[in-house]
Design a protein around this ligand. Structure first.
Ligand SMILES: [Zn+2]
Length: 357
């Protein structure tokens, strides 16, 4: 590890792949060139000291499905509620997922060693802070997986190492929370029988189960079944910002008990006390959530879960190249090198080493 990369940043969630495999959404942009669009490209990752993380494959609502929260609540709104979009069709979801995976693997091949899809904790340890960006293949929602779990076995062999049971919509396994502010995460049913089988299968294979977006009942059902540390890749503290997507103190305590982790989401609407979607939000709001979680459950259980390219970032941060500003803000707040090593990558490494086979 070079001196410059003493604090390699490994992050719990980004949506940059969507701009690679869903060009029809108008989000297509070069990945290997520096641009001012979105939050992530290779040069900006280098600039920000971003060395890897969970890269999400996400299935957008299909044209007939509707209900996508495209109609964002306006930034002055003090309350909002976006109804849950409908469940997706398995065939469509699988087709889109394979497209996303293929795009990632092509990107890896094109990158000439600059991008590496990693499949083991040893690989992660070896690559982190080196020349390649370490990518963990993550699905944001289990829609592409059949209830018999055949696809899960195949996706695992292809490199799937992290699975979000849901996005904010229902599927055959569980249900996500609607985007709502203010609101409790207890918005609907927990895991179905198929969902329980899926959780057990992920434990058996060594696939990390991500509980971001899931209803509070789904969270507790998983906590009862899963043998692995509880993980929420991108969320915040409900006590500081009462959005449905954030975690209650009880949930945080359960994460601590299992030696799990929370990746703190940088989305302004999940940071601010007033929940407003206002980009003019100070960086200190991210520090506030990290601080709260570290004080409540310990520095070992908090990390980054940026949601770059999937959310509204504080203007001060801007994009991934602004990460050094966040590290500086944490330093100014009293976090020393030891603490920063944990937050930036050591905690994620520990959890992945425990969870993966
Ligand atoms: Zn998300």
């Amino acid at each position: 590890m070079t001196e410059k990369n003493k604090l390699p940043i490994f992050d719990g969630h980004n949506d940059v792949l969507q701009s690679v495999y869903l060009p029809k959404t108008g989000k297509a942009r070069p990945f290997f060139e520096h641009t001012a669009e979105g939050h992530i490209d290779l040069p900006r990752m280098r600039q920000g000291g971003f060395c890897g993380g969970f890269f999400a494959v996400f299935v957008p609502p299909n044209s007939s499905g509707g209900g996508f929260p495209g109609a964002e609540p306006d930034k002055a709104a003090t309350t909002y509620e976006i109804p849950l979009p409908p469940a997706l069709d398995l065939t469509y979801a699988r087709e889109m997922t394979i497209k996303g995976m293929a795009s990632l693997f092509r990107l890896e091949a094109e990158s000439k060693g600059q991008i590496k899809v990693i499949r083991t904790a040893d690989e992660l340890r070896a690559f982190l802070g080196g020349e390649a960006i370490a990518v963990v293949l993550h699905f944001e929602g289990a829609e592409a997986i059949d209830p018999d779990l055949d696809a899960l076995e195949v996706f695992y062999q292809a490199g799937l190492r992290s699975l979000g049971l849901v996005w904010s919509r229902p599927n055959v396994f569980a249900q996500g929370v609607p985007f709502k502010f203010p609101g409790s995460p207890d918005t609907g049913p927990g895991l179905s029988d198929a969902g329980r089988q899926l959780a057990k299968a992920c434990n058996r294979l060594g696939i990390l189960l991500d509980l971001a977006h899931i209803t509070e009942k789904g969270f507790w059902n998983t906590a009862q079944i899963s043998q692995a540390p509880l993980v929420v890749t991108h969320a915040g503290a409900h006590a500081l910002c009462p959005a449905t997507r954030n975690l209650t103190d009880r949930q945080l305590d359960a994460i601590k008990e299992t030696n799990g982790i929370v990746g703190v989401n940088f989305h302004v609407g999940f940071l601010r006390e007033d929940g407003r979607l206002e980009p003019d939000t100070p960086l200190s709001e991210i520090v506030r959530h990290i601080d709260y979680i570290a004080r409540r459950i310990g520095i070992e259980h908090v990390a980054f879960g940026s949601d770059f390219d999937g959310a509204i970032m504080p203007l001060d941060l801007g994009d991934v190249s602004g990460m050094p500003k966040l590290l500086q803000a944490l330093r100014n707040h009293g976090y020393d090198d030891d603490a920063l090593r944990k937050i930036t990558h050591e905690n994620w490494l520990r959890v992945l080493r425990t969870t993966w086979k």
